[in-house]
Design a protein around this ligand. Structure first.
Ligand code: UD1
Ligand code: MG
Length: 486
């Protein structure tokens, strides 16, 4: 919008969060609270965005700049109130050019605010010719908010803060969302006229309402239907509640796009996740970061995927995965742990109790059971036997293992890296493979099996083990008398 400046207030301490992380930096659905606010603000395409920072500004300032590189940062050294904060913002913005038109002020901790609501509010204000417009809502629990006091004709007369309100005024359920729009010239003239003679000893931005009315200017409210949009988080309980609401919004949006979500209440989807049509998400699933789920895939139950890509028609059950790519029609889980750098090919399998890291597993290749695959490349169509360990770490450095195409390796193998096993090779059960294996060769594990007959009966006499051996009639050599047991 032309001639629009938006000021985002984020200087407050947020002490009730009891956190070393500044309040507005706490994430909701994978994005900081102020990140959500800035995104809504950007949707209105203002000429200028000014952020007021104070507490922990070395955390907050760079975060804002990373999201909105051309935002003007205004530093408020002491938090003397919202009116004071806006005054500092206008001073800083004024250095970038004259401020005219409309100024919108918003808090930094209302992550549910939608860009379209802000746009509607800005448009309404601009068309109304008012000096001040207040975005208000009717809430069940108005405690803590500034109340909108209206006259007998319904006209807005004042915003009264909780601490300054009479018992009668405290009953008012229409509240100031904290988002206000101003005629820029009026705002500049009103700010120096604010007083801090109130219960908090602060310069209240909300007192501009009284000043406008005294100046004979118009003031009005724009009531927002969905009041959750104006909710702020002051403590962790409210943060969780906002997170729940944001998640419900995201999950509902995906269902409307053709995604089946069996249990929306236990499905957590972050803001940047992308899900294609006809995907099914089963209960207790978290999709985090830049995760992408392709058409017809089934994810869950009990699955966490962070920055992962799951291919068309793939199946991922009871899995924890991070920075992993699962190919089309591949199968993962249950109880699989895919660490960064895992790439499973088309139709491949990573099965139960398998951990992978930096592992490229080819199309149709399988690691079905109880294995660790670290720093490895496995060719297409190869099957890795149950209980195989890719021993990638020699105690000092990590090494790579290559297993070729269509190999069949036995159960309970250890591949000691660096190592190359050729295409179509085979290994016997229990092999510890230290030397490279040529294509098509068979590795016969170490020593031939030695069997010492009657060892248990002779050495473990009197045990249930020996009893069982004797009962099975397996005592072959030096037969032992019953008496000898004692
Ligand atoms: C404010 C409003 C109240 C409204 C409520 C909505 C005032 C006087 N009151 O009250 O009418 O219902 O928001 O949530 O405006 N901030 C600064 N510098 C300061 C003080 C505050 O940057 O000196 C920032 C805070 O970081 C926060 C925002 O301004 O993002 C609002 O401040 P807060 O102290 O939470 O005001 P409330 O008491 O909630
Ligand atoms: Mg507040």
């Amino acid at each position: 919008m032309e001639n629009l400046t938006v000021i985002v207030l984020a200087a407050g301490g947020g002490t009730r969060m009891k956190s070393k992380t500044m309040k507005v930096l706490h994430p909701v659905a994978g994005r900081s609270m102020i990140g959500h606010v800035l995104r809504a603000v950007q949707a209105v395409e203002p000429e200028r965005i000014v952020a007021v920072i104070g507490h922990q500004r070395d955390q907050v300032g760079p975060h804002i700049t990373s999201l909105v590189p051309d935002a003007v940062l205004a530093v408020q050294e002491t938090q003397d109130g919202t009116g004071h904060a806006v005054r500092i913002a206008l001073e800083a913005a004024g250095q970038t050019g004259p401020i005219g038109g409309t100024v919108i002020v918003s808090a930094g901790d209302t992550p549910l605010l939608r860009g379209e609501s802000l746009r509607e509010f800005a448009r309404d204000h601009a068309q109304s010719g008012r000096a001040v417009s207040i975005l208000t809502g009717r809430v069940a629990k108005p405690h803590g908010y500034g109340r909108i006091v209206r006259g007998p004709d319904g006209a807005v007369e004042a915003i009264v803060e909780e601490k300054d309100a009479t018992p009668e005024q405290r009953k008012i359920d229409e509240i100031n969302s904290g988002i206000l729009a101003f005629d820029a010239a009026f705002l500049a003239s009103a700010l120096p006229r604010l007083s801090n003679d109130n219960a908090n000893g602060e310069y209240y931005l909300t007192d501009t309402v009284k000043i406008a009315l005294a100046d004979g200017l118009a003031v009005g409210a724009h009531v927002v239907e969905d009041v959750s949009q104006t909710e702020g988080a002051n403590d962790r309980a409210q943060l969780a509640e906002l997170g729940r609401q944001m998640n419900a919004r995201i999950v509902t949006a995906w269902m409307k796009e053709g995604v089946t979500v069996m249990d929306p209440a236990t499905t957590w989807i972050e803001d940047d996740v992308v899900i294609e049509r006809d995907v099914t998400i089963l209960p207790n699933t978290q999709l985090i970061g830049a995760t992408v789920i392709r058409e017809d895939a089934v994810v869950g139950p009990d699955t966490t995927l962070k920055d992962c890509e799951v291919g068309v028609g793939a199946r991922v059950i009871r899995t924890h995965a991070e920075l992993a790519v699962v190919g089309d029609h591949a199968n993962v889980g249950p109880y699989s742990y895919l660490r960064p750098g895992t790439r499973l090919g088309i139709g491949g399998k990573i099965g139960g109790f398998v951990e992978t890291k930096n592992a490229v597993i080819g199309d149709g290749a399988k690691v079905p059971h109880l294995s660790y695959v670290g720093d490895a490349t496995i060719g297409e169509g190869t099957n890795i036997g149950a209980g195989t360990i890719f021993a990638n770490y020699d105690g000092v450095a990590k090494h790579h293992t290559v297993v070729g195409k269509h190999a069949r390796t036995g159960s309970n193998n250890t591949f000691v890296a660096p190592l190359t096993i050729g295409d179509g090779a085979a290994t016997g059960g229990g092999a510890v493979v230290r030397e490279d294996v040529p294509p098509g060769a068979l590795v016969v594990p170490g020593a031939t099996q030695r069997v010492i007959e009657d060892w248990v009966v002779n050495r473990r006499a009197g045990t249930t083990q020996a009893e069982a051996a004797r009962a099975a009639g397996q005592v072959a050599g030096s037969l032992v008398d019953d008496d000898q047991d004692s």
